[in-house]
Design a protein around this ligand. Structure first.
Ligand SMILES: NC(=O)c1ccc[n+]([C@@H]2O[C@H](COP(=O)([O-])OP(=O)(O)OC[C@H]3O[C@@H](n4cnc5c(N)ncnc54)[C@H](O)[C@@H]3O)[C@@H](O)[C@H]2O)c1
Length: 322
């Protein structure tokens, strides 16, 4: 089985490629290396190219017989999406439209999409299940919402079969130490703390300590990247075995505040980290927490590596060695 992984040289994509190869899939990675890294490509065939080019993605489908697509490639910085929404709408929508067009032309029917908890916007209840209203509050989340909508319509009209996976906070690194997070700039909490402690980041701020949470800092649902990767494999197999198109949350259903994360990082590194407190960022909500019941029911998936200390210890090992 040949599977195309767009963005397979990125953080979550590379971990997923590893799981797919273990299961015997043949992998083509299509990536423009804008945020991805060649060193995260440990297997599969890397084709450097940009999904913004309709022709190059069509040429790829003409020269390889691909059975399914996992689509990770996207721009994903919430803050930047507020400053330059045009960049986000153009990029995240056009790339996906080009990819879907090439797939349909080649008769490829199976699609797994990297969506996000950002499709939900302000939580109206917790934990958030898949029936929660979709009211994204930033342009990045809006692009994910719009792609999910496009998939619904394409599914109906062209018999495309898809699963949209709505990730909560991806974190941690490959337990074997081969892969990890290398965003530039890094904006995620755990790598930011570790990079600050290692002297590779000059500043670290906690954004807001006046949230209505027990310690005043925001609570998020962290999910180990290898747990996410395994869910992609299960989603793909669900589609191959005739499973329905749908959207599924991928989270641990356990929330940790920023201060709890800092304390656990301190425990793992064995030192105190001096942090500053700054104002809340626009659009940051107090608590995000996934209900993962549907993913468990539909895919038989549950997190196995998402204990916070384990997440942080894998990230720590990765950052020490890179
Ligand atoms: N990291 C998270 O916590 C998180 C949470 C929710 C959703 N997501 C989604 O998961 C996906 C992967 O996230 P990640 O953290 O691995 O990001 P990443 O930046 O590490 O990976 C994205 C990859 O896509 C590639 N890419 C981007 N634009 C491209 C284009 N036009 N053509 C070809 N390749 C292109 C990049 O080079 C990179 O390798 C994204 O769609 C993101 O929105 C991530």
């Amino acid at each position: 089985m040949k599977v195309l992984v767009t963005g397979g040289a990125g953080y979550i994509g590379s971990h997923t490629v590893k799981e797919l190869i273990k299961k015997g899939y043949e992998i083509i990675i299509f990536d423009n290396l804008s945020t991805g890294r060649k060193e995260l490509v440990k297997g599969g065939q890397l084709i450097e190219g940009d999904l913004q080019s309709r022709e190059s993605i069509k040429a790829l489908f003409r020269s390889h017989s691909i059975q399914a697509v996992l689509h990770f490639a996207a721009l994903m910085q919430v803050g930047e999406s507020f400053l330059d929404p045009q960049k986000y709408y153009r990029h995240n929508l056009l790339t996906t439209l080009n990819l879907l067009e090439a797939m349909l032309e080649a008769g490829v029917k199976y699609f797994v999409f990297s969506s996000s908890a950002a499709v939900y916007g302000e939580p109206q209840y917790l934990p958030i299940d898949e029936n929660h209203p979709l009211t994204p509050i930033n342009p990045y989340g809006a692009t994910k919402f719009m792609v999910e909508r496009i998939l619904e319509d394409y599914g109906r009209a062209y018999n495309l079969r898809y699963i949209s996976l709505r990730y909560f906070n991806a974190a941690g690194a490959d337990p074997d130490g081969q892969l990890g997070e290398m965003h530039e700039p890094e904006t995620h909490l755990i790598p930011c703390l570790l990079l600050y402690w290692l002297g590779k980041k000059s500043d670290f701020q906690v954004f807001g300590n006046d949230f209505p949470t027990p310690d005043g800092t925001a609570i998020r649902d962290y999910i180990h990247v290898t747990d996410l990767a395994r869910a992609h494999l299960l989603a793909l197999e669900k589609l191959f075995s005739g499973g329905e198109s749908q959207s599924l949350n991928l989270g641990s259903s356990r929330g940790y505040s920023v201060l709890e994360v800092i304390k656990t990082v301190e425990k793992v590194i064995g030192e105190k980290i001096k942090v500053k407190f700054g104002p809340r960022r626009p659009g940051d909500v107090p608590v995000l927490l996934a209900s993962r019941e549907k993913a468990q029911r539909e895919l038989g998936w549950k997190p196995e590596l998402s204990d916070l200390e384990f997440i942080i210890s894998t990230a720590y090992k990765w950052h020490l060695s890179h």
